[in-house]
Design a binder for this molecule. Structure first.
Ligand SMILES: NC(=O)CC[C@H](N)C(=O)O
Length: 224
């Protein structure tokens, strides 16, 4: 499995992902500057976290116009894997590869914390290594992480089991632990086909045992 990790001006989790896929998992991994367009060698495109273009306008609003993102749309259309983590999730919603939007956190503060998540759909290639409704811990670090979409979209996401991760330690959509006000406690969703995943928590920061948390590793391992 070959991983491609996009680098925008302002990305700051790109090397963390490379450390997991290459350093810990020994998979071929290439960092891809946002102006590059040839990604034909890549199996899994990773849009990492950070502050692409300084979060100007809205998080992800400028990055979505980068040449590499058009190539990523084609990549996704072929059914290949794309994952957006945190700022990457924001970019994927701006791009339209995933529905909805990430807006300012409920309390209008940047949140840096470690939170429980429930894996609510394990029938995806991303989550096949987790057990049903497994509760895991992952770091979050975002200012615009409140997931929002219109009512029809929300109904569809739920009906098609496209909600993959919810905040809190219960699979129900309205559990009490919701750090940022996301609708239905949504922390991560996939597209209809299941090959594109977006999530606000950081699995790459919860993979190396030396950091004390490894619940994110199953997500990367599941793809291999
Ligand atoms: N860790 C991140 O990717 C942060 C995303 C974005 N800059 C925000 O604050 O919401």
């Amino acid at each position: 499995m070959k991983f491609g990790v996009v680098v925008f001006p302002g990305s700051n989790c790109d090397r963390d992902v490379v450390w997991v896929t290459d350093g810990l998992l020994g998979q071929p991994t290439r960092m891809i500057w946002h102006q590059d367009t040839d990604i034909s060698d890549i199996d899994v495109m990773v849009i990492p976290g950070g502050f692409s273009y300084g979060d100007y306008l809205r998080c992800g609003a400028i990055a979505r116009f980068s040449p590499v993102m058009q190539a990523t749309v084609e990549h996704a259309k072929q059914g290949k894997f794309v994952i957006g983590i945190c700022n990457g999730f924001q970019v994927l919603t701006e791009l339209g590869l995933l529905p909805g939007a990430l807006v300012r956190n409920r309390d209008l503060h940047f949140i840096c914390d470690r939170v429980p998540l429930t894996v609510v759909n394990t029938k995806t290639p991303w989550t096949a290594s987790y057990s049903a409704n497994e509760v895991i811990m992952m770091p979050i670090a975002h200012g615009e992480g409140c997931y929002y979409c219109d009512e029809n979209t929300l109904t569809q996401l739920e009906a098609n089991n496209q909600v993959i991760f919810r905040y809190g330690s219960t699979p129900t959509p309205h559990g009490a632990e919701n750090p940022n006000g996301s609708l239905n406690n949504i922390a991560g969703i996939c597209n209809g086909q299941g090959n594109v995943l977006g999530m606000m928590p950081h699995p790459e920061r919860a993979s190396d045992p030396s950091l004390g948390q490894t619940d994110g590793m199953k997500l990367f391992k599941g793809l291999l």
